[in-house]
Design a protein around this ligand. Structure first.
Ligand code: BGC
Ligand code: MN
Length: 327
């Protein structure tokens, strides 16, 4: 082996020191980028059930011979998955009881009707995990629910706010009293995380593995949010003006605050989620400016009431109702 000169060795040492230095800085930055609180304020577990919004869709067929469903066992469950235990394949998934992405328990009359609304585009591999996982999870909860996948079917920049507005309108048409706005890449880990609305809007995904299970900031409502359909309408839905990644959920938080709707959360042990891997979407660099402008009018001039004329096509599949949207 040729002998390395002293100069080469010093140079190599410098390069290694530099790489080490850069990596250390990156680690520190990453730590602070994910800064947040683990013990956020939440509704105490003992009074959770009294805070839930028990409301069924008038469309749910009730059976006089059957009792009302019970929820104390679900809310008291301590069964949880670790994030790496979440199945990534569902080869032998059974669609039993599912019609058009909807389900209602057979042995009892559900006390909750919930529309799970997913804003979606181009994440087929995540949808293939999301749908079977969620149906397996939700069918154990004694609730009446329906999953709406609201897909942007054009080449324009993704507009999550418009998709949520269209999805909410569709679910409202089906007379769902409670909406759960849901990212396609988030999967609940705790069986006790009952998919139901509370008296106040409820931020459900408070503890996500991607954020080291801490809440990044306390007005965050992105990820998974449950709110009464009438609250969604009261705040005029989402802004239609956020294009690309980010900001629309922060704007929605300000809308809720402007209407004096405090956001509540459940305890950490019931609010853990795992996020499916995906590359970071390109951030909308104008989002802070749009947010500043939008906060001023609190949703009064832009939202559900000013939804642009979009083409909507509803199609039903066994595991979901597809709401196709062209801007
Ligand atoms: C974005 C939000 C996003 C949050 C967490 C914020 O910077 O504006 O849209 O939900 O980060 O990722
Ligand atoms: Mn994500």
């Amino acid at each position: 082996m040729p002998k390395r000169s002293l100069k080469t060795r010093i140079l190599q040492l410098r390069v290694i020191t530099c790489i080490f230095f850069i990596l250390s800085i990156k680690a520190v930055l990453l730590f602070f980028a994910n800064y947040g609180v683990y013990k956020y304020p939440h509704i105490p577990a003992e009074v959770l059930e009294t805070q839930l919004y028990k409301q069924r869709s008038p469309k749910l067929v009730l059976h006089k011979s059957k009792p009302d469903c019970k929820y104390d066992e679900i809310l008291g469950s301590t069964s949880s998955l670790l994030n790496w235990e979440v199945p990534r394949r569902f080869d032998d998934f059974s669609a039993q009881g599912l019609v058009n992405g909807s389900y209602a328990p057979e042995h009892c009359n559900a006390l909750f009707s919930v529309a799970v609304v997913v804003a979606y585009r181009n994440r087929q591999s995540q949808l293939d995990i999301f749908l079977p996982y969620m149906h397996n999870f939700l069918r154990k909860q004694n609730i009446h629910y329906r999953i709406y996948v609201v897909e942007q079917q054009d080449e324009k920049i993704f507009n999550k706010g418009i998709l949520y507005n269209v999805g909410a309108k569709t679910a409202l048409g089906d007379q769902f009293p409670c909406l759960i706005l849901h990212d396609v890449d988030l999967l609940p880990l705790d069986a006790a995380n009952l998919y139901a609305c509370a008296a106040s809007p409820r931020h459900m995904s408070a503890s996500i593995d991607k954020f080291r299970f801490v809440l990044p900031y306390d007005y965050l409502t992105g990820g998974v949010l449950a709110l009464k359909a009438q609250q969604f309408v009261a705040v005029n839905g989402f802004s239609n003006r956020f294009e690309g990644w980010g900001g629309e959920d922060d704007d929605f938080s300000y809308r809720l605050a402007a209407h004096k709707l405090d956001v509540v959360r459940f305890p950490v042990a019931m609010s853990r989620y795992t996020m499916l891997e995906h590359p970071q979407e390109r951030r909308n660099s104008a989002r802070l400016q749009i947010l500043r402008d939008s906060i001023r009018d609190g949703g009064a001039r832009d939202g559900l009431s000013t939804l642009p004329p979009v083409h909507v096509r509803v199609a039903t599949h066994r595991l979901f109702t597809l709401v196709g949207v062209r801007l």
